[in-house]
Write a protein that binds this ligand. Structure first.
Ligand code: NAD
Ligand code: ZN
Ligand code: ZN
Length: 335
């Protein structure tokens, strides 16, 4: 099978690999689409994602496809089923798995990070992370289920109520997903701050966002929001998120900062405002909710997917040679 193999730091090669052998509890998937995201940028550059990727390895952790074969113990899917695959595999035995926080697992493995992923014609995964798709969710949109599921985990860590006014900082793919998800979870007003007029306006027109702020020329209001979701990961946007908090606010720090970065905040404000500042890591058992958001039409990701790439174009994309990308997915097999 054709595969795009990460062979070293910033080195890819198209190779002809043999099809993965599946264990009795595993599923073999013919890849349809594999989304490419910031984590792939990190892995390509030799930095860890949720875990380090050790070359040679096939990346691709946002995968959809059609089941090609199943092992003898697999009961949840059968050949021909259209599926999306949660990349993250938990050990089930460590302190964190045994206390209902599997995302913090000490022995996390992941499809497309620590084992071969979807940037190949086929990949294998344990049945426990393979989810059958509803008929009305396309295989292309299904490549967004993994990123949606990460945002759903962030939302799960907050207490959301209709009275709240929320601000999402970041008009990248994740920020735009949050703008829709927070409304689907009942918050009555969601505003969006970013740096691209076109993306900000699209969210107002298509996705029910109320106020927009282009932070290249406008300030985000301070002391104004009950819920703030930071989806950029820069010290200045993290500081803006905390400043935007009003009394009783919850701040979700979703963006991934660099390992050396720090930001300053007023420590008295944490007390005075009874502020909650919450981190969020990956997507424990949130795939079902993510699928249901697409199935119900509460979310629409199609307008956000701007590029369908070939395997051969992934390196150019990760090198920044393909411009104007909102979200890129790699089309491995078509529907
Ligand atoms: N916590 C998790 O589990 C998890 C999962 C997925 C992604 N993430 C992180 O979420 C963040 C966003 O992901 P993404 O895929 O949207 O990446 P992205 O690169 O598309 O997002 C960054 C976007 O933020 C916007 N931006 C940049 N500077 C800004 C500023 N000063 N003010 C407002 N907006 C600004 C830009 O539109 C940019 O495209 C990244 O840090 C990513 O690593 C976290
Ligand atoms: Zn990703
Ligand atoms: Zn574990």
């Amino acid at each position: 099978m054709k595969a795009l193999v990460l062979t070293g730091i910033k080195e890819f090669a198209i190779q002809d690999l043999s099809s993965p052998q599946i264990a009795p509890n595993e599923v073999l998937v013919n890849t349809a689409y594999a989304g490419v995201c910031g984590t792939d940028h990190d892995l390509y550059a030799g930095r860890p994602g949720s875990a380090p990727a050790v070359p040679p390895i096939v990346l691709g952790h946002e995968n959809s496809g059609v089941v090609a074969a199943v092992g003898s113990e697999v009961a949840n899917v059968k050949p021909g089923d259209r599926v999306a695959v949660d990349p993250n595999i938990y050990c089930g035995q460590c302190e964190f798995c045994l206390t209902q926080r599997p995302e913090l697992c000490d022995h996390l493995s992941a499809v497309g990070v620590t084992r071969n992923g979807g940037l190949a014609e086929q990949f294998a995964a344990p049945a426990t992370v393979v989810y059958k798709l509803p008929d009305n969710v396309s295989l292309k949109d299904a490549a967004a289920i993994e990123p949606i599921s990460c945002a759903v985990h962030g939302v799960d860590l907050l207490k959301l109520r209709p009275y709240q006014k929320a601000l999402v900082i970041g008009d990248g793919f994740m920020g735009q997903l949050f703008a829709q998800i927070v409304q689907a979870y009942g918050v009555h007003q969601v505003d969006l701050a970013g740096i691209f007029d076109e993306k900000l306006e699209r969210n107002q027109k298509l996705f029910g966002v109320k106020e927009i702020y282009n932070t290249t020329r406008e300030d985000i209001p301070e002391d104004s929001y009950d819920v703030i979701i930071e989806a950029v990961g820069l010290p200045q946007t993290q500081a803006q998120a905390v400043k935007a908090a009003k009394k009783g606010a919850q701040v979700l720090m979703f963006g991934v900062g660099s390992q050396e970065a720090h930001f300053e905040m007023n420590t008295y404000d944490i007390y005075k405002k009874q502020m909650a500042i919450q981190g969020s890591f990956i997507n424990p058992l949130t795939f079902k909710d993510a699928i249901s958001l697409l199935e119900s039409g509460k979310m629409n990701v199609d307008p956000l997917i701007s590029h369908e790439l070939e395997l051969e174009e992934v390196q150019d994309f990760l090198d920044g040679k393909i411009k104007g990308v909102s979200k890129a997915v790699v089309r491995v097999h078509t529907e």
